[in-house]
Design a protein around this ligand. Structure first.
Ligand code: ADP
Ligand code: ADP
Length: 226
């Protein structure tokens, strides 16, 4: 059944002098539990699309529904990791990883334990008492991912979540994300410009291109080439 539906979505940015049309008439739908990867060259609107799905920008043209309800009124838990990691500087890594649970009002002992397990799984259990400025960019990116996964979002949105990682950590986190997706079957949308990553992770790959970004195609990735 359709879980995410995007119809005729167009997005414009305005500043004092000019207007940029970032996305033009994008339509697609996703089944519950699927894993979509969005690829496309720089500037074609990938981050814009993800930010709109995260509810960060108003929708002026077109519409989005999640499980049949408009994005604005949907009760589903939407978790996202955008390109800026946005860890809170005055909180330790452990406190940062609990943040999503606190915001959602679900910071139970069991959920906190799951959050700390995730911190271990991204390889950062040993820096739980550090502060964000003591970590490298790649480490902060891993903390941000653990924090978002900790709330088990119904819809998971990831904008180049591995861009600052070295190859070893990247492969480790791709594997982790894949295994969590396999267990929990939460609908996931991931943006990348790494085609290898797209093929390894996605059930489907959506290609955006141009300025403004338009949808070129959606391809099913056969298991046989993974
Ligand atoms: P991508 O993620 O594919 O690189 P973006 O969604 O970041 O693309 O950007 C799409 C287009 O919108 C680009 O032309 C970009 O310059 C423009 N854009 C992005 N954010 C803003 C903004 N806050 N204000 C004005 N223009 C923006
Ligand atoms: P990046 O690729 O951005 O350097 P990684 O997440 O790949 O970050 O980190 C690689 C390893 O380097 C980490 O596991 C950590 O041990 C070490 N490291 C990097 N920067 C720091 C730092 N500022 N403080 C402590 N350890 C660091």
């Amino acid at each position: 059944s359709t879980y995410v539906e995007v119809r005729d979505l167009t997005h414009r940015y305005w500043d004092v002098k000019s207007e940029t049309i970032a996305l033009k008439e994008i339509s697609f739908s996703l089944k519950e539990g699927s894993f979509l990867v969005i690829v496309g060259s720089s500037g074609c609107g990938k981050s814009t699309l993800l930010s709109i799905l995260a509810g960060l920008y108003p929708i002026h043209e077109g519409f989005i529904t999640i499980d049949g309800n408009s994005l604005a009124s949907c009760q589903k838990r939407i978790g996202y990791v955008l390109q800026k990691d946005a860890l809170l500087a005055w909180r330790t890594i452990k406190q940062n990883v609990q943040l999503g649970l606190e915001i959602q009002g679900i910071a139970t002992l069991k959920n906190k334990q799951y959050a700390f397990d995730l911190l271990d799984q991204v390889g950062l259990g040993h820096v739980g008492d550090h502060y964000p400025h003591q970590l490298s960019g790649g480490m902060r990116q891993r903390v941000a991912l653990a924090r978002t996964l900790a709330v088990k979002p119904d819809l998971l949105l990831l904008d180049e979540p591995f861009s600052a990682l070295d190859i070893k950590n990247k492969i480790h986190l791709e594997t982790l994300l894949k295994s969590i997706h396999k267990q929990q079957k939460k609908t996931t949308i991931l943006v990348t410009h790494d085609l290898e990553e797209a093929i390894a992770l996605g059930d489907d790959v959506l290609v955006l291109s141009g300025h403004p970004g338009t949808l070129r195609k959606i391809m099913k990735i056969p298991d046989s080439i993974k």
